[in-house]
Design a protein around this ligand. Structure first.
Ligand code: DOR
Ligand code: ZN
Length: 346
C-alpha cells in the first residue's frame, strides 16, 4: 500500500461565512487543516480590525470541542479603509492580509474597490509594514469577456500596481490561466499565487458541455484545457511561488441550482484526497507537501505546522457525503466525477 505523510496542511484561501453556515462548514476544514486565511466577504464585510476580532471570536465559538484550528483573519479593502486601522490590525498579529475585491467582481464584492487611486494610501502603508494584499484578479468591465478577465487584470491593474509599489507583498488569488501562472513565476519574493483544488480538475467543458453543471461554477470561472494543464504544472513544479488556496465557498443548493446561480465550489471536505490524486497523476506526490503545507507558511512568514497527516492509497474509493447539512439547507460537496483512492487516515 502507498502512503504519504506531510505536515498538517493550511488553506490559504477559504470562505467560512457566518452563523449557521459557519457552524456547518468549519468542521469540514478543521478536520484536515491547521489554519486558513479566512475571506472577509460577509454581509456586511469584515472591514476593520474590530470587525476581524469579532469575526474571529465567532469562528472560535463555532469550532466543535476537541478540534484545533487557527483562523488567519483578513480585512476587506474598501475606499473608506483607514491606513492606521490596517497598521493596527497588522500589529495585533491577528490579521494576516487585506483582500482587494474589484467592486462587482464576485460574491459580496459590491463594497469593494472601484478606483484603486482611492486606496493608494492603504496600499503604501501595507508595502511599508509588509502586510500582504490578496487580490481577486479579475476586471469587472462588462466589455471584457469573462474568460479574459484575469489576463486583462494582470496587464491593466496588477502589473502597473506592482511597478508603482514594488515592496507590496501580494498574492494572486485562485489563478486560472497560463498568464497567471507565468506572471507569478516571474514576480520574485514579494509575489505568490494560490491555486484551488477544483481548477486542477475541471475545465470549462466540465461546466458547460452536456448540460450546465451549477456546482462547477465559480469565479474566476474555469478556463479551457490548456490553462488547467498550466495550473497542474505550476502546482506540482516545486516552485515556492504557488500554494493551496481552496476557495472552498459554500452556497446552499437552492442558490446554486437557480436561474442566477451563485459562484463557488465546496471542496473543504475532500481537498486533500483530490490533491493526492492529482499530484500522483502528475508523478509529483513528493511535491504535495510543498504545495499544501510548506510554501504558504513561507510566504506568510509563519512556521510550518509540526503535526503531520497521513494519506493511504487503498483499493476502495473514498466515500464522502454528497452534501453537508446546514440549517440554511444542503451544500453540495465538489464531485470530481472520478473515483479517488487516497484516504486521509490520520
Ligand atoms: O466562486 C467564488 N465564490 N469566487 C469568489 O471569488 C467568491 C466565492 C464566494 O464567496 O462564494
Ligand atoms: Zn474566494
Amino acid at each position: 500500500m502507498q502512503t504519504i505523510t506531510l505536515p498538517r496542511p493550511d488553506d490559504w484561501h477559504l470562505h467560512l461565512r457566518d452563523g449557521t453556515m459557519l457552524k456547518a462548514v468549519l468542521p469540514e476544514t478543521a478536520r484536515h487543516f491547521a489554519r486558513a486565511i479566512v475571506m472577509p466577504n460577509l454581509v456586511p464585510p469584515v472591514v476593520t480590525l474590530a470587525d476581524a476580532v469579532a469575526y474571529r471570536s465567532r469562528i472560535m465559538a463555532a469550532l466543535p470541542a476537541g478540534m484545533a484550528f487557527e483562523p488567519l483573519m483578513v480585512l476587506y479593502l474598501t475606499e473608506g479603509t483607514d491606513p492606521a486601522d490596517v497598521a493596527a490590525a497588522h500589529t495585533s498579529g491577528l490579521v494576516k492580509a487585506v483582500k482587494l475585491y474589484p467592486a462587482g467582481a464576485t460574491t459580496n464584492s459590491h463594497s469593494g474597490v472601484q478606483d484603486l487611486g482611492k486606496v493608494m494610501p492603504v496600499l503604501e502603508k501595507m508595502a511599508e509594514i509588509g502586510l500582504p494584499l490578496c487580490t481577486h484578479g479579475e476586471v469587472t468591465d462588462p466589455a471584457v469577456d469573462i474568460f479574459d478577465r484575469e489576463a486583462v487584470f494582470i496587464d491593466t491593474v496588477l502589473d502597473p500596481l506592482r511597478r508603482r509599489l514594488p515592496d507590496l507583498r501580494l498574492v494572486m488569488e485562485h489563478i486560472t490561466t497560463e498568464e497567471g501562472v507565468a506572471y507569478a513565476a516571474e514576480g520574485g519574493a514579494n509575489l505568490a499565487a494560490t491555486i484551488t483544488t477544483h481548477h486542477l480538475i475541471i475545465n470549462r467543458n466540465h461546466i458547460l458541455a452536456g448540460g450546465i453543471k451549477p456546482h462547477y461554477y465559480c469565479l474566476p470561472v474555469a478556463k479551457r484545457e490548456k490553462h488547467r494543464l498550466a495550473l497542474r504544472k505550476a502546482a506540482t513544479s516545486g516552485s515556492p511561488r504557488y500554494f493551496l488556496g481552496t476557495d472552498s465557498a459554500p452556497h446552499v443548493d437552492a442558490l446554486k441550482e437557480h436561474a442566477c446561480g451563485c459562484a463557488g465550489c465546496f471542496t473543504a471536505t475532500n481537498t486533500m484526497s483530490l490533491l493526492a490524486h492529482v499530484f500522483e497523476e502528475e508523478g509529483a506526490l513528493d511535491q504535495l507537501a510543498g504545495f499544501a503545507s510548506r510554501n504558504g507558511p513561507a510566504f506568510y512568514r509563519l512556521p510550518v505546522n509540526r503535526e503531520m497527516i497521513r494519506l493511504e492509497k487503498r483499493p476502495e474509493p473514498c466515500v464522502w457525503p454528497e452534501k453537508i447539512v446546514s440549517e440554511a439547507g444542503p451544500v453540495t460537496v465538489f464531485n470530481p466525477g472520478f473515483p479517488v483512492h487516497w484516504h486521509v487516515v490520520a
